[in-house]
Structure formats: C-alpha cells, structure tokens
Design a protein around this ligand. Structure first.
Ligand code: ATP
Length: 588
C-alpha cells in the first residue's frame, strides 16, 4: 500500500530523475494534494482519470479490424474542465466512451485506463455521469416529474424523501431550470415545450443528481446558439470549480470565447493525440510547427482545420501534416509534463492494492420495489399522455439505472388498467344493445373472456416488439400469425374439419378460446330454440344450445379450460417477450 508521504516522495524522485521545471512540479503536486493514496476514495478526494498507450479497435467480424485510437496517453484531474477537439471521425466519441467504460459491443480496448490508480470497471456507472449528444426523454413528462423518477431510481435508498426533494431543487437551481420545473419536456416539433438549450440543461441536471466525480459530455453545445453554448460551458466551469468534478467534453468548433474557457484542450487527429494542454499553449505549439493562427481567426476552428484530413488529391499531404504534428507533440514539453502525472498514476496502479468495493459498498441501491414503483408511475403517465420509445430504455439500461425485469413488469402493470377498463366498457355497452343472454353468469364470462382476449393480444404484441428490431419486420411476422389464429378461431372453419397436420393451430388461438367461452356462456343449457322465424329461409334450425355448440366443434365442458388457457398464453407471451428483451440488452 502506498501512503501520502510515499506518493509525494515518489513525485520528488520522478521529478529529480527527469529534471523537470518547477512549474511541472507545481502542476503535479497540485493534483497530488487533492487526494491521499492510502485509501481509494474518489468521491472524497476527487479523481484523476489517467490513460496510457490506449489503442481502440472496432471489429465488424473476425477478418476486419479497424484501429480508431492509436496509442493515446493522457490524464484529467478533479476540478478541471477539458475539451476534446478534432475533425469529424478523428475518434473523439470512441475515446471518451472507452474512458467512461461505455464502449459499444465489438470495440476492443488495449492499454490502461485508471481512476485514482485503479483499473476502470462497472463502478464507473456510479462514479461518473454521461451526457449524450442526443437528448432522449419521455416527452410527455414535466421536468419535475422526470427528475423525480430519476432521483428515486438512481439515489441511495437511505436518502429521505425531503432530502431527495432538496437535491432536485438544488440541481434545478444549478442548471437554471427552476422556472420550467412544471413545463412538459415535449418531443421535437411540438408546441410550447422545453427549448433545445433547456433540454440540454435537463440532461445535465439528470446526471448531476448523483453528484458524479467525473462527468463526460458528448458534444454538449451542438445545436445551441453561441449565447446558450456559453451559458452552458459557464455552468460546467462552475461545477468543476465548486464541486471539484473532473469534466471531459467532446466539442465541435467552439467559438474563441468558449475555447478559452476550458482549462485544458485535447486535440485528436486520426486517432492520435496532436496536443494536450492549456488552450493558449495549444495556439503557441501549433505556431511553433508553422501553423500560426491568423489574426481575427477562431483558433479552435483553425487548429482543427490544420489537423483535418482533406479528402481527394490533398489527402496524403494533409495526413502527413497531422502525423508530423502528433510526432512533435509526443516529444514536446507539454507531453512530458502530462507523462509525469500519468506515470505516477501507473505507479500507484502497480504498487497499490486499493479496494474499489470499500468505496462502492457505501452505496445502497434503491430497493427493487421502489424502482419498480417509480417506473410504473412513469409508464402510467406515458401511457395516459403519450406512447414511448425504445432508445430511452436501452440508454437507461446501459447506464444501470434499473433492470430489464423492473422495466418490463412496470410496463405490464401500467398497461393493465387500460386493458381491463376498455374491454369492460365495451361489453357493458354492447352486451345489452345486442340483447345477449340476460343472466349475470353469462355477462361475467363474456366480460372476463373479452378482458383476457385483449390482454393476450397485447402480450403477443409485446413479444413481437421485443423479438424484432424494427416495426416493419415485426409486422411482417405478426400480421400472418394473427390471421392464422383468427381463421382457426372456430367462426370461419369448423375446427374438427381441419386436416390433422393443422389441427394443433387452434390450441394457440386465444381468439378460439375466447370465442368458445363466450359461446358456452350464451348457449349452454338452452333447450328450446324457436325456429319459426326461420321458416322462410334455408338456414338450418338448431333446436338446442348443445347443437349450436356442436356446429362450431365447441364443448360446454371447456368453459374454465378456455379461461385458464388464455391466462397461460398471457404468461407465455410475456415470458418470451421478457427473454427477447433481455437478449437485446445483453451486449450493451
Ligand atoms: N463500432 C464501430 N465500428 C466501426 N467503425 C467505427 C465504430 N465506431 C466508430 N467507428 C469509426 O471510428 C472513427 C471515429 O469515430 P468517432 O465517432 O469516435 O469520431 P468522432 O471524432 O466522434 O466524430 P464526429 O465528430 O463526427 O462525431 C469513424 O471513422 C467511425 O466510422
């Protein structure tokens, strides 16, 4: 175990060996003073996120592997606001996702990524927040409703209700959203809803609920005008300073003012680091390489354009330029300064035996039923106000807010009231208009059968939606499946006349079960059907209810079996739906 004194003396010895300037010593010892090394406690002492020789590959299949990041080394410390810049496709999102432990399936990462001398792992979900470029929300909820659900599903279970309310108010104030607390989030293209800037701030507010030690933001200013972009970066700066949070943002073409607001800037070119240091030093470094930013020019835009690969005739020449700049940076003073900090972290990693669990076990997940309750509440609001979308579920599952079973059950429970009330209302109205059998028993069986048919149909829909990735594909299978079950429901074909190889199909037809149960309720025990009004027609005359049932190959003995069969089909479809949903979230 390494203690504070060891770490400081280690800094000194590293410093002596490398004969670094006083300034670099000051820089390093500033980060050391933020924490002690005899206990792994990023939430208490702040974080240093360091990565060394990180290469990232994407594999489409076993034959094709593409290198996206090439030997990147760097570190960010608590309280600093760092921007990652580079041309489109230079690897910003890929590197940031890897640092946040949020890489997609098929991405291979080589190299070391450490938080306070510990290899990153699933604990990053607790320790960090990730603000995605595209804001996905349940548009039918208000800002307050959204934050309430998120707070109850993300925060420690021991936090009291009044404390949760205080935390929500605090993040609303911090992000300037107090005035729109009761505004509907809304979908794009709707009337009076949150603006783009407010939605972006809501995405931050959601992440800030857990007070993350590290915050990753993927292009937070994209889509905002320069005024809103500046306000947002100011909010981030304040957060870094006051809460000691380490913040890493990827950013596209920031204005000169925005560029100067970052503590450090990291330039990527074709997966390599072209510069990492102060914004002013970046301008100076590029000028030393012969790329002096012209007066009245936006420096970030100019430096990115120097590093960007021009497609076409100049492609090779521009690749050579960016590669040369990366080579120069690798041996520059700024790079060596950064390496000191990274090497120290690596030393901690190699010699320390930190117990990540000690820090993480202090956190108590909200209990299963609390999460289930809040998801059900959100689903109910959404069902009543607006249907929802799948991408939000995938994102929230990926960030570990809840589990698939909680989500699936919550949605079933939220749908139930509608799926009971709707068929019940239909039966109450239609039953008496059509003048069906006027007994309470017949009425109850008809109502129960209708409710079960409706629920099994929805369960079947859930199963198909979970099993297929796209609506058209799900429909391509669902529609013929539905027709087959309808045809074999007993109304169109006498079931006993089906050929042997098709005779099993009605067993899967909940429409047949519902139809048989309702027919039994109407005809069982009827003995005297009056056929006089049919005399003039050629329709056959059935004298008793039994004869009617036989006409459809139904049997009055099957009444309760039909109801049980529909219930079993309901369970079966939901079970398969759940299994397929789990399959789709397995590799997230
Ligand atoms: N899973 C993947 N499989 C194959 N290639 C990938 C994968 N992810 C990223 N890439 C490729 O890696 C390169 C870098 O992508 P990345 O999204 O990290 O770039 P970026 O700098 O964030 O770009 P932009 O600014 O346009 O969002 C791109 O060429 C992209 O096509």
């Amino acid at each position: 175990m390494v203690n504070v004194d060891d770490s400081v003396s280690l800094t000194m010895s590293v410093n002596d060996e490398s004969s670094r300037s006083d300034e670099s010593l000051k820089h390093i010892s500033r980060s050391i003073s933020l924490r002690s090394y005899n206990k792994w406690s990023p939430t208490e002492h702040g974080v240093t996120l360091a990565w060394r020789d990180v290469s990232i590959y994407a594999s489409k299949n076993t034959q094709t592997i593409k290198r996206i990041i090439n030997n990147a080394t760097g570190a960010i410390t608590s309280g600093s606001l760092v921007a990652m810049l580079g041309g489109s496709g230079s690897g910003k999102t890929t590197l940031m996702s890897a640092l946040a432990y949020q890489s997609s399936p098929g991405i291979i990462i080589n190299g070391d990524i450490l938080v306070n001398g510990c290899e990153i792992g699933p604990f990053m979900r607790r320790l960090s927040g990730f603000v995605h470029q595209d804001d996905l929300f349940y548009g039918s909820l208000t800002v307050m409703e959204h934050l309430t659900v998120m707070a109850h599903t993300k925060l420690d279970r021991r936090i009291q209700k009044h404390e949760i309310n205080f935390i929500i108010r605090d993040v609303l104030e911090r992000t300037g959203l107090m005035k729109c607390a009761n505004t509907r989030i809304g979908e794009d293209g709707e009337g009076k809803v949150l603006s783009g800037g407010e939605k972006k701030r809501l995405a931050f507010a959601t992440e800030l609920l857990t007070q993350p030690a590290i915050l990753f933001c993927d292009e937070p200013t994209t889509g905002l005008d320069s005024y809103n972009a500046q306000i947002l970066v100011e909010t981030l700066r304040e957060l870094a300073l006051k809460r000691n949070t380490a913040i890493l943002c990827t950013i596209h073409q920031p204005s000169s003012e925005l560029f100067a607001m970052f503590d450090q800037v990291l330039f990527l070119a074709e997966g390599r680091i072209a510069f990492f240091g102060d914004p002013d030093d970046a301008i100076e470094f590029f000028a030393e390489q012969g790329y002096k930013c012209p007066v009245n020019y936006n420096p970030a835009e100019y430096l990115i354009s120097v590093l960007s690969t021009e497609i076409g005739t100049n492609e090779r020449a521009s690749q050579r330029i960016s590669s040369r700049i990366c080579d120069f940076f690798a041996v520059s003073e700024a790079s060596q300064q950064r390496d000191l900090l990274v090497n120290l972290e690596m030393h901690m990693y190699e010699s320390g035996t930190y117990r990540v669990q000690d820090e993480m076990k202090g956190f108590k997940q909200p209990n299963w039923f609390t999460v289930f309750y809040w998801l059900t509440w959100r689903s109910l609001l959404t069902v009543v106000r607006d249907p929802t979308t799948f991408p939000i579920f995938l994102r929230e599952i990926k960030s570990g807010i809840y589990t698939t079973d909680q989500f699936y059950l919550a949605n079933i429970v939220a749908m139930l009231p509608g799926l009971i009330l709707e068929p019940l209302l239909f039966v109450i109205i239609a039953y008496w208009i059509v003048q069906l059998r006027p007994t309470l028993f017949a009425f109850i069986i008809t109502a129960i059968s209708s409710i079960l048919v409706m629920n099994v149909s929805t369960a079947c829909g859930c199963f198909f939606s979970a099993a297929f990735n796209s609506v058209p594909l799900a429909m391509a299978y669902l529609v013929p499946f539905d027709y087959i079950l309808m045809i074999t429901s007993g109304v169109f074909i006498k079931i006993s006349t089906l050929p042997d190889y098709l005779s099993w199909i009605p067993y899967f037809s909940w429409i047949m079960y519902g139809n048989e149960a309702m027919n039994i309720a109407q005809w069982d025990g009827v003995t005297n059907i009056n056929c006089t009004s049919l005399a003039a027609t050629e329709l056959p005359c059935y004298q008793s209810g039994d004869e009617v049932l036989q006409r459809y190959s139904f049997s009055s003995d099957h009444l309760y079996l039909n109801l049980i069969a529909m219930f079993l089909l309901y369970i079966l479809f939901h079970l398969f739906g759940y299994i397929f949903l789990c399959r789709r979230t397995k590799n997230l």
